[in-house]
Design a protein around this ligand. Structure first.
Ligand SMILES: NC(=O)c1ccc[n+]([C@@H]2O[C@H](COP(=O)([O-])OP(=O)(O)OC[C@H]3O[C@@H](n4cnc5c(N)ncnc54)[C@H](OP(=O)(O)O)[C@@H]3O)[C@@H](O)[C@H]2O)c1
Length: 385
């Protein structure tokens, strides 16, 4: 029985994580739940899982939770609260599934303390990949297992001694909701068209990133960091059926792929049970008789300029991916709030990137101040539009 702390329990990954815990009561005991603002959903989760502590970023909501559960439950809130909460819970497994960068310090603490981190939160790996890797290396008991389906696929293909022969990563992606829509129509897109991903049901931010292909760019940066390859040996390949979740090519030309149904519960469960595996029902298994064809194509980089912006930031390395991620976060938020148009997202990110002078090996303090700077710059640009 492992104790589990879920950061982002009310989100898409968080809900799937709790479903895996619900289905495996002899393996996981939920000891912490953290959310942003959905106090009613958090309240239901508290009643079901009886954690020893919770965190809610929204202070009013946290007060409400406190008054409902009284002394039986420790409730944390406020800017510093998430770190204090994670230290208090001290779970065997930390599921990092918030959006943004708020969970970075909790992840560094957990790895430094020799815990297992199941990492869904891609922003923190993009922004502070080197710091996360050094925290991982600082404690031989620490384990980092990626949750993103692509990185889980690569991680699974590289078990055993495979990593030393790795030549290339082939990062597959369905192409997102706009794959078949011409660029001329992008200016008149409705938000539903942008958010409705054809294969995966996800939170709004990552859904917009999938439509711009920024998500693939962020995943490429994550993969370079997690698997230690230069970005130019990470190829993005469009595979609309999303049956193959990614591939690795070895020095002898052999290619290994990981396949599975498009259900995030599978990579989530693998991260939670790693290095073991737990059986699943037929509905979560591939039925090859139903797969008529599989297609592959290179991405249209003109139509989706965010992909090249991510490659450029990754080549610059240092603080550039931090600026990319912060600018994307704000620009996508502004689009979701109807303050800018979909087609303006790449231009805004490019402007912020081009006005930043890269810091080669940023410290945690550098990252925090560069992230703040990029956030403010992007807010200003979005206001100007
Ligand atoms: N969804 C996917 O299939 C998928 C796949 C791969 C990777 N990822 C990555 O996983 C992360 C989560 O994605 P998602 O799709 O699950 O996002 P989501 O549905 O938007 O959920 C985000 C979660 O973070 C919580 N949160 C937001 N701000 C917070 C704060 N300040 N403190 C504590 N919790 C906070 C939210 O709480 P409230 O809802 O209560 O505000 C919610 O529980 C992202 O980094 C994403 O890129 C997601």
């Amino acid at each position: 029985m492992k104790t589990l702390n879920v950061l982002g329990s009310t989100g898409s990954i968080g809900l799937n994580t709790l479903q895996v815990a619900r289905e495996n009561p002899s393996l996981f005991c939920v000891s912490g739940l953290a959310a942003g603002s959905k106090s009613e959903l958090l309240e239901q989760q508290i009643r079901e899982f009886s954690p020893k502590a919770v965190y809610l970023a929204d202070e009013k909501g946290a007060l409400g939770i406190s008054s409902i559960f009284g002394k039986k439950l420790k409730v944390f809130t406020g800017l510093q609260g998430l770190r204090e909460f994670s230290m208090f819970v001290e779970a065997d497994i930390l599921m990092a599934a918030t959006t943004g960068t708020g969970s970075l310090v909790s992840v560094l603490d957990a790895l430094g303390g020799g815990k297992k981190v199941a990492l869904a939160n891609k922003e923190i790996l993009v922004v502070a990949g080197d710091l996360i890797l050094s925290a991982l290396k600082s404690n031989p008991s620490a384990v980092l297992v990626p949750v993103d389906s692509e990185h889980s696929a690569i991680f699974q293909c590289l078990q055993g001694s495979n990593q030393k022969y790795l030549d290339k990563i082939i990062l597959t992606g369905s192409g997102g909701p706009l794959r078949e829509i011409s660029a001329e129509k992008f200016s008149s897109l409705k938000k539903e068209d942008v958010i409705n991903h054809p294969k995966w049901k996800m939170g709004k931010k990552i859904s917009v990133d999938s439509a711009t292909l920024m998500n693939k760019g962020l995943e490429m940066i994550e993969a370079a960091c997690l698997f230690g390859l230069p970005v130019d040996r990470i190829e993005v390949l469009i595979h609309p059926e999303a049956v193959i979740h990614s591939m690795v090519e070895f020095c002898d030309g052999s290619v290994l792929a990981q396949l599975g149904v498009t259900d995030m519960k599978l990579p989530i469960q693998y991260a939670m049970t790693y290095p073991d595996r737990v059986p699943v029902t037929a509905s979560r298994r591939l039925d090859f008789s139903q797969i008529q064809e599989m297609h592959f194509a290179l991405p249209d980089r003109k139509k989706f300029p965010c992909l090249d912006l991510a490659y450029a930031a990754a080549r610059q390395s240092g603080s550039a991916p931090c600026v990319l991620s912060a600018a994307d976060d704000v620009a996508v938020g502004a689009y979701l709030d109807d303050r800018i148009r979909f087609i303006q997202i790449p231009g805004i990110i490019e402007k912020v990137l081009s006005s930043h002078r890269t810091v080669p090996s940023p410290s945690l303090d550098d990252i925090q101040s560069i992230h703040d700077w990029a956030t403010k710059e992007t807010v200003k640009l979005c206001q100007a539009y």
